[in-house]
Write a protein that binds this ligand. Structure first.
Ligand SMILES: C[S@@+](CC[C@H](N)C(=O)[O-])C[C@H]1O[C@@H](n2cnc3c(N)ncnc32)[C@H](O)[C@@H]1O
Length: 285
């Protein structure tokens, strides 16, 4: 294991960032990520750790904990119907939700991960030499560019599939994002999606922050819809099954007195976590 986090490319560095956030703020949300602790203990924090805001660190840990909870609910609902299901994590980075949702555990038939080829290669190398090697060996991982490459042929299911897109769709321009969702729905018509979305005000702010702290625009958030739940309903036929407006909740934690003041809608809806399912009567894609 000679390579370090410093020679990861810009996008892969964002995956490292999430492991760091899990370690720093995970306990505030009862997040279980022994893998993130192992990664940071072994390779150290990302170089830009001191530039991360309290909201970023806590928001990322909160997102992982909530998506764990929604994943558990999805799996339990499938099990209650006697159905096997699959979990497809797209833009998985170095996260390891598979530790809690490994194939063969209960009714989970397959756990799939997709990310850039170099991220997947690095992940294989690192986890194969980790205490989590046996669990990671059960994951089907594919390296590809989500914005341009076709999905692997092995990706198809007529059973329920939960697609987890955690911290990734905001890196894809709208056309590529919609094409990816359509392709996933064509392969798994019953797919439900967990995703996060920041509105245009929030992504512009974050782009300024990233530029300031890294001095480069190698990592940029795309312009995103102001009301993600309406956007995904109108453009993809996916309706919100659950949602969390993350900023107001984090404001309550950080500054309880601030939550008594009115906030502009753009701030209230700056960052949402969504669980989407096919809307009744809508055709896939
Ligand atoms: C902020 S990280 C999130 C990682 C992981 N989902 C988590 O929550 O820990 C964003 C991830 O999306 C991946 N990603 C972004 N754009 C991509 C693309 N076009 N193709 C493949 N992966 C991409 C990056 O490589 C990175 O691992």
């Amino acid at each position: 294991m000679n390579a370090t986090t410093h020679d990861l490319n810009g996008l892969a560095q964002t995956a490292w960032l999430t492991a760091w956030c899990h370690v720093v703020a995970g306990s505030d949300f009862a997040l279980e990520r022994p893998t993130s602790h192992w990664l940071i203990d072994t390779f150290g924090p990302p170089p830009f750790a001191p530039d991360l805001s309290w909201f970023t660190v806590h928001g990322v840990a909160q997102r992982a904990a909530l998506f764990d909870d929604w994943t558990r609910q999805f799996v339990a609902a499938c099990a209650a119907r006697g159905e096997r299901c699959e979990i497809w994590s797209i833009g998985c980075g170095f996260d390891a939700r598979w530790l809690a949702f490994a194939p063969g555990a209960g009714t989970i038939a397959r756990y799939v991960e997709l990310d850039q080829a170099d991220v997947i290669a690095r992940k294989r190398e690192w986890f194969a030499a980790s205490p989590f090697a046996d669990d990671y060996a059960k994951v089907d991982a594919y390296g590809l560019d989500l914005a341009h490459d076709a999905l692997p042929a092995a990706l198809a299911a007529d059973t329920p599939v939960l697609v987890v897109a955690e911290g990734v769709l905001d890196y894809l321009p709208e056309r590529e994002r919609l094409a990816l969702i359509a392709a996933l729905r064509a392969r798994a018509p019953r797919a439900e999606f967990l995703l996060d979305g920041q509105n245009a005000w929030s992504s512009a702010r974050n782009n300024r922050r990233v530029l300031r702290s890294t001095g480069s625009d190698a990592v940029r958030f795309a312009a995103t819809p102001p009301h993600p739940e309406n956007f995904y309903l109108e453009r993809c036929g996916l309706a919100a099954r659950a949602r969390l407006h993350a900023v107001p909740e984090l404001m309550r934690r950080k500054h309880p007195w601030l939550s008594r003041l009115p906030r502009p809608r753009r701030a209230n809806e700056a960052y949402q976590l969504l669980w989407l399912a096919p809307a009744r009567g809508a055709a896939p894609g």
